[in-house]
Design a protein. Sequence first.
Lengths: 292, 298
Amino acid sequence: MNRLGILSILIVFSSYASIFAPMFRELPQVFSVSYIFGSPQDLGLAGGVAPMLQATVVVLSISVLVAASLGLPVAIVLSRSENVWLRSALDLLAGIPSIVFGLLGHAVFVQGLGFGYSLLSGGLTLACMILPFFIRVAEDGFRLIPQSYSPLASSLGFTEASRTFRIEIPLVMPSLVTGFILSWMRAAAETAALLFTAGYSIRPVEGIGLFGSGRPLSVHVFELSMNIGGADDMAWRSAGLLMLVSFSFILLLRVSSAIRKLRQILLRAYQKEIFPKNIYLENGPKKRSSCD
Amino acid sequence: MWSKVWVTFLYKIPLKVAPALVILFLLFGFALVLKETSLFFHFRSTDGVLSILRGFLSTEWYPEEGQYGILAMVLGSLAVVLLALGLSLPLSFFSAISIVFFLPRTLAAALQQLLQLFAGIPSVMIGLFGLVTLIPALSSTMPIGFGLASAGIILAIVLLPHTCIQICEVIENQCTDIMLSGQSLGFSRSGSIVRLLIPERLPILCQTILLAASRGLGETLAVMMVAGNIVNLPSGLFEPFRTLNATIALEMPYAAEAHRGSLFILGVLTFMLVLVLRGIARGVGRIRFLDSDTGDRI
């Protein structure tokens, strides 16, 4: 039984390694300034991906911010009382395939609300797509708060709003951050929903603003591989950049927590060196009397 | 006092408005999609409903000439999902069992983290891999690289990480009771897995399989890049074919009025298929072999 398992693990991981291999081969060239800040030439066969990168960041930011701001109140509501309509609506949203979501976003944002092919439509469509996901993570976080905190807070004089903002949200913050990061990664990996909502244009974002069409990196990879011949290297390079963007938040989080820990260690070492006998720092408050 | 009023409104209004917005978006969205599908019936020649339905059941998809047969594409979608499940399910199942029960804990944790990483890969990258690596490799041995085989392999690669993680969670959720009982009865480790744990978890495993199938039905781009996209019945493993989602993605940029409506109808059809699969999955997941109070066989 275990031998089968090890064999299948080897098959799985070797196939994924072969997927990552071309990307790692192109990764050094992703880190050049001309690539990140340059404009595409030859329809993307050469040059940089600056407009695509900007479009990606804009669309991702819109989607995650909208999903988080809509999702937080919904998670609070769901964690307090079970609402059948809301729950089934979210289950429905979670089950819609990505390309049908593209059609939905097209019908609602591009045509219905009249935004046209724009980064805004793409961002809002993606926001609705990752909304159930974020709500699931946030709701799990809110359900971890003990039920006794509610009467405790009222007995201490907190209003419901104060309790939510000052007690529950700081408690839930790690879950929210995790949800944020996972939503960012999920949105970055999304292509099909953006095909009919954000458009294909490769003009720089400064020239077009929020309501203009742009091409996020995932759509760019798709274009390069399907519709333009011989652009495989550039496609892998864009895919590498896309993975970097999608992991940027996780990396940021890890780096910031590592920096914080380093600061703590350095501070502690500094204090120990200057005040080696300071028992307030090492052993806690000084015993004032024998009955401390 | 004024700040109290402000904060209360910053709290009470979003808490009412946000859920309402979600539900409204859903209703609004479905209404607009249905409006787009009505374009199809608008611009068609005045056929009866039965002839339209019969027209859907043919395999000829030539929208410019008014032929809207979707049978080839529906069969293509189903075939590629079946093939992908057949490839990915054994692999993820055995990997999950190894990871949860047999491997050293540090290695298992590292593998699970890696699987989470793989689950976050954009499917375009996997399609790109298929286009650039898999198809030339297949083309050297077979006449054409595009077809059911490569599409099945690519879809299996897309579905694998998430399915493996789900099966890991299903297996290790409250497994200590069963494993301890098996140990006390003298079962070996693999024996208690195969003969005690798996039969008890069978409904939830079936639920996972059906949910993986629904996700496979929804996957568009990776399959589209390696399938060949010619509207044929999927006849052989190496014949080009087309899925439902690929049709929507490919023809949407230039679709005219009735054609556009038909693409929206295809989208609704895909959504219905996914809904049906998820509903069946939920029903299957509720099956219990043992009565929860008394422990008797149902």
